[in-house]
Design a protein around this ligand. Structure first.
Ligand code: CTP
Length: 402
């Protein structure tokens, strides 16, 4: 469970202390990635940052390779915490105004993750009404300042504006993660959730589908993300909007869904809530199939891979620590679900009655039975959102007990 820090190093004389900070953060088991501003590169080199972080250093907003390998949006969201160190008066002003004229400020504007700033500047610049107003604006938006402290400055003056020492920054980082661990018990866990139906093409205009709305799967992804999990939702065609605070990958077919799942591995948790089509057309027609006067066309079906079973049967670190499936049943709900759990090799299975009279497909409520190694628990009927939150809590308990 490696927490990830994105360090943004701007151009101040105290930038050299970011090197020591990287070492200390990594000693704590955190992974560190760096963005270096142009002026920051006058004080520390990309090479030393890269050697210490054991990662490449990002600096160019319009670099094709940066964008191809990792867009600035992803860069800013792939971290659990962003730290601007040193934070110059200039970068604080840009952050307050929402200016994004380089990679560092763009990442800061695009992020939905917590931001810490470690100011460092001349005492007059620090005390200037503009800087103080900018800081107030940032604090009101939830940015956490660390320091500055009073002391002798590189410019020869004395006063507030000196950057906090590394141990003080580490203390703030530790306090931040301790608080988050309470609020966000799944912080640092990677999760994948499949949701919705799959569409299996017959010809360019027709496909096989099912009635899954994606409501339950989307709610599960959202509930896990809300507890801090780094969540990827792999969704078949649904009419729901992409949930906030997580990544959504859109797929059409079962084969695409399987590939998208494999790309996410390794993960800590996989929840397969998608109603994957069991069969696809063996050979899809390139042209629209025309009506002919004699026989209607016969559709030759071939079985789709079972995504849940594939994930559950992987070995080593490619097998998620917890694999959860759903069992859509219209009769003998619990009995069939227990059998499905054994057959597919998943850890938990949530069984639900999807017979038309239950109103589950497309509806907002669900009656679930959780089958695990120790037996079956029947949950009362509740909204899909509540069921998702209950499942997410059970996932936390699983990792706490592990
Ligand atoms: N599942 C999957 N890939 C498939 C079929 C199903 O990942 N090709 C997953 C579903 O996401 C769900 C679980 O397997 O978590 C059970 O799905 P369900 O449709 O209830 O069962 P099937 O395996 O399709 O069996 P059957 O249709 O015979 O009941």
């Amino acid at each position: 469970m490696r927490k990830r820090v994105l360090l943004i190093i701007s151009g101040g004389i105290a930038a050299y202390r970011s090197l020591e900070l990287i070492r200390r953060l990594r000693e704590r088991g955190l992974s560190v990635r760096c963005i270096l501003t142009k002026s920051g590169s006058n004080f520390v080199t990309p090479l030393s940052l890269s050697a210490l972080s054991e990662d490449r250093v990002y600096s160019d907003l319009f670099s094709l390779t940066d964008e191809a390998e990792m867009g600035h949006i992803q860069l800013s969201r792939d971290a659990d915490l962003l730290i601007v160190v040193p934070a110059t008066a200039n970068i604080l002003a840009k952050m307050a105004a929402g200016i994004s004229d380089d990679l560092a400020t763009t990442a800061l504007l695009a992020t939905d993750k917590p931001v810490m700033v470690v100011p460092s500047m001349n005492v007059r610049m620090w005390e200037h009404a503009a800087t103080q107003a900018n800081l107030q604006t940032l604090v009101a938006r939830g940015v956490v300042p660390v320091g500055p402290v009073e002391g002798a400055m590189a410019c020869g003056e004395f006063g507030a504006g000196r950057m906090s020492e590394v141990p003080e920054i580490l203390e703030a980082v530790d306090a931040f993660f301790a608080e988050k661990a309470n609020e966000l018990p799944l912080l640092g866990r990677r999760v994948l959730v499949t949701s919705g139906p799959t569409h299996e093409e017959i010809d360019p205009v027709r496909f096989i589908a099912n009635r899954s709305s994606g409501k339950q799967g989307h709610a599960v992804a959202q509930a896990l993300a809300a507890l801090g999990a780094d969540t990827t939702l792999i969704s078949g065609p649904v009419s729901l909007p992409d949930p906030e605070g997580l990544r959504t990958v859109h797929v059409q077919t079962a084969l695409e869904m399987l590939l998208a799942c494999k790309t996410q591995l390794p993960v800590d948790v996989a929840v397969c809530a998608a109603a994957v089509a069991d069969w696809r057309i063996a050979e899809t027609s390139v042209q629209k199939i025309k009506k002919s006067s004699d026989q209607p066309p016969s559709l030759n079906l071939t079985e789709n891979p079972d995504i849940l079973a594939t994930l559950a049967q992987r070995t080593g670190n490619k097998r998620p620590g917890l694999v959860v499936g759903f069992a859509a049943e219209t009769e003998n709900v619990i009995e069939n679900a227990v059998k499905k759990r054994d057959e597919k090799g998943c850890d938990w299975i949530l069984a639900n009655d999807v017979s038309p009279s239950s109103g589950t497909f497309g509806g907002d409520e669900n009656s679930l039975h959780l089958a695990h190694g120790e037996g079956v628990e029947s949950w009362e009927r509740m909204t899909k959102t509540d069921a998702a939150q209950k499942l997410a809590r059970r996932v936390c308990d699983f990792f706490e007990a592990a």
